[in-house]
Design a protein around this ligand. Structure first.
Ligand code: SAM
Length: 335
């Protein structure tokens, strides 16, 4: 396989060392081929983002969704990168320590701190102290139990191996979130299980190319960590792994998804998963009650979780119209 993206790491390193080296290099010089999907940046009135933060956007989507924002939250951001999203969260919290950003790579922390100093010069409302940058890693977060309202990671968990690291990282997020707190994440996913030669290629994995799971595996890991409600807010193409360069039988189009997972117990009949499905009652009554606290007003599409969508479809009623997943759930509805 010819694809090689980064330079500093070598074959004698452990996987963790490879990851740290790769992101040290990406801190020392912006890596324009690392993560990131072409999209227009989030515009927030009165926020000027330093160019260097855009150049160091190593995320694969966004974790910033207006419906999660409030000024009194304590936000945890794991894997600070160049500080772009930490700054965006601080736009809403606007107080010392409102955002805690954790990263194990000293050069990345220094870079983020420098970029936040620059942001303070461009934004008179912002002070670098609004973001506390802390040495630490996702496997042992330097944060107390149930002390965080909103936790975020962008394009980090996909590089963690399953069977240990990924499960530990998710369990740490679950531990530090208060009850009903939210974990917002953006990661690549794959439509098929990637061949082991790719998944085991540590540089490709560390660079957010070959470590991704299928959507079903990814969601199951979140549920297994104890998150009872999950929303899929966005799903779009991320990278084409072309058959020739990556030694595949055929091209594989990776996608990136943005999810929010709630720190609520998993119900006995399974997690509530919102993927953008709706149900509409078209009968003659004013509304339809399914006997499980779901009310569908006549002719009004209501967002429903996948469990409810399936249960309503299974009723086989001609006056119930149930739509498929859009993968762009924006709130409201059952459960
Ligand atoms: C792909 S970059 C994403 C950066 C940032 N989230 C963004 O969207 O631009 C991954 C980030 O996670 C950091 N990182 C690597 N291993 C980590 C770990 N075990 N725990 C926490 N952060 C880690 C890297 O230093 C880097 O800042």
């Amino acid at each position: 396989m010819e694809i090689r993206i980064f330079t500093g790491a070598n074959a004698t390193m452990s996987y963790h060392e490879t990851v740290l080296t790769l992101y040290r290099d990406a801190a020392l010089a912006p890596a324009d081929n690392l993560c990131c999907v072409p999209q227009s940046g989030k515009y927030l009135p009165g926020l000027v983002i330093p160019d260097i933060m855009h150049e160091m956007n190593y995320g694969c989507g966004t974790t910033l969704h207006l419906q999660d924002m409030s000024s009194d939250q304590r936000v945890l951001y794991v894997g600070v990168g160049g500080g772009l999203e930490a700054l965006q969260f601080a736009y809403f919290t606007r107080r010392k320590g409102g955002v805690v950003a954790v990263d194990p790579v000293p050069e990345m922390r220094e870079c983020a701190a420098k970029n936040l100093e620059l942001a303070a010069r461009l934004n008179d409302w912002f002070e670098p102290e609004f973001v506390t940058i802390v040495d630490g890693d996702a496997f042992q977060l330097p944060v107390d139990d149930a002390s965080i309202d909103l936790a975020a990671q962008n394009c980090l968990f996909n590089i963690f191996k399953t069977g240990g690291d990924l499960e530990m990282a998710l369990s740490e997020m679950h531990r530090v979130l208060r009850k009903n707190g939210r974990l917002v994440m953006s990661d690549p996913i794959t439509p098929c299980v990637l061949p082991p030669e790719l998944g085991n290629d540590e540089q490709l994995r560390a660079a957010c190319i070959s470590g991704c799971l299928t959507l079903e595996e990814y969601l199951q890991k979140i549920i297994d960590a104890g998150f009872g409600t999950i929303e899929i807010r966005s799903r779009k193409p991320y990278r084409m792994l072309d058959a020739t360069s990556y030694g595949l039988d055929e091209n594989v189009l990776l996608e990136t998804i943005e999810v929010a997972a709630y720190q609520v117990p998993v119900p006995d009949d399974g997690a509530c998963l919102f993927t953008g499905r709706t149900a509409t009652y078209t009968g003659r009554d004013e509304d339809f009650h399914d006997g499980k606290e779901h009310v569908l007003p006549r002719n009004m599409p209501m967002p429903v979780c996948d469990k409810t969508a399936s249960a309503l479809s299974d009723l086989g009623r001609p006056d119930l119209v149930v739509t498929e997943s859009t993968w762009h759930y924006q709130g409201g509805g059952c459960c």
